[in-house]
Design a protein around this ligand. Sequence first.
Ligand code: HEM
Length: 410
Amino acid sequence: MQDSKIFEIPAVQVLRRRIEEEGSVFWFKDEALAIADAETAQRIEAANYADLTMLDGFSDVVRGRNSEPVSWHQVRSGWLGQMRALTSAEGFKRLALRMQALLDAESGKDQDLVWLAERAMLEPLVPVIISGLSPRAHRRVVREVMSKVALVLSDIDEHRCPPLHRSKMWVYQFLVGVEVRRELKGRVSGQRPRQTDLTDPMVDMLPALGVDRAADAITALLTAITSSPGASAACLLYEWHRQDVWRERMIAELSALSLDALCESPARLAPATTRFVKEVLRIWSSPPVVTRGVRTDIRYGDTELKAGQGYVLSSFFIHHDKRQWSDADVFNPDRWLAESREQCPHGSYVPFGWAPKSCIGANLGLGQLVLLAHLLSTRYRLQISNPERAKMAIASVIRPMDFTGTVVRP
Ligand code: HEM
């Protein structure tokens, strides 16, 4: 991309140069295969994760015995079943009201808008994962999630990871483990009520999973939300600010819908906004690069991987592949119009990762971004402090940098 408003960390620059020189699949020394080709990525991921049996639980490992085999697919299908309730009109409404409460409390404060976007997405998501906690336990979970976000953002914003941050994270993680176990045991014993959250399906699976693996699954969920949703929201704010025509179009679309009406089906009822969100997720896909260990020998065409080697996948470079997308570097939400000839080339749009480990929260995440746009259209105005300084950073996650401002209630 030739845009002077883009900053890339050196590792991304190297990847870009080598893709330009060597094509979309090449080796880093003999250790890791870089993959920026849609079909190869899809095939290799499917082969690498064909067997998704969960690892043994900690207490079984300590006792030197094997846990009952449970497939990760079973855990995912428990979550996907619960997602139907969480993406109902009521589920979206609760989520939107939590986002609104946070933004109301932050309105009028000049601040780092990336951090605000992270908070506005993630704090309201915590009860989606685990609800019914005491206020203190809830705060502990939020603190732990945000400490991970701070670590991710510290690749550029060093102040987010002061000395002792990593040590504190261990303590936060331990305390969250305690709260999660307490909640699971309370629900299974009937001392705590069942909840419509993603912890609940693990309660039904406890006899097979055991408490260690159930708690691991929930902490994996809390980790999974730390890299993409908040970064995507920050990118949405950035494009919201600079795409004047689209902003006005979305304000017109969303102002005509009450929150109650929109929550029935955010993505369907706000088609122009949904196209905008989809394009944000295409052009600024986070994380731009993920690394994997090869779990089993894999052969696909001329590509051969041995267990123990690694590979690197890039949704970002796949989304900018000029062989697949016309005007790949141009922000154009109308490429998502049904009649457009620029519809998504098969397998080339992967903002939610690859099967069989793709995002379980895709519909919720997409809807949540539409709800954020609704709040920006109907309740707040976004003011950027120094718009000329703001630029996009392609780093561990993609997000704006030098992007400060205020969410104002007119
Ligand atoms: C716009 C919002 C979101 C985006 C862009 C997004 C993106 C992603 C991506 C790219 C992956 C794959 C990561 C990888 O391959 O290493 C992923 C996985 C995952 N996401 Fe999301 N996500 C979003 C929202 C959510 C939400 C709201 C939840 C749950 C509340 C969620 C839960 C998960 C889980 C559990 C996984 C791991 C799945 C597995 O390992 O089987 N995500 N997400």
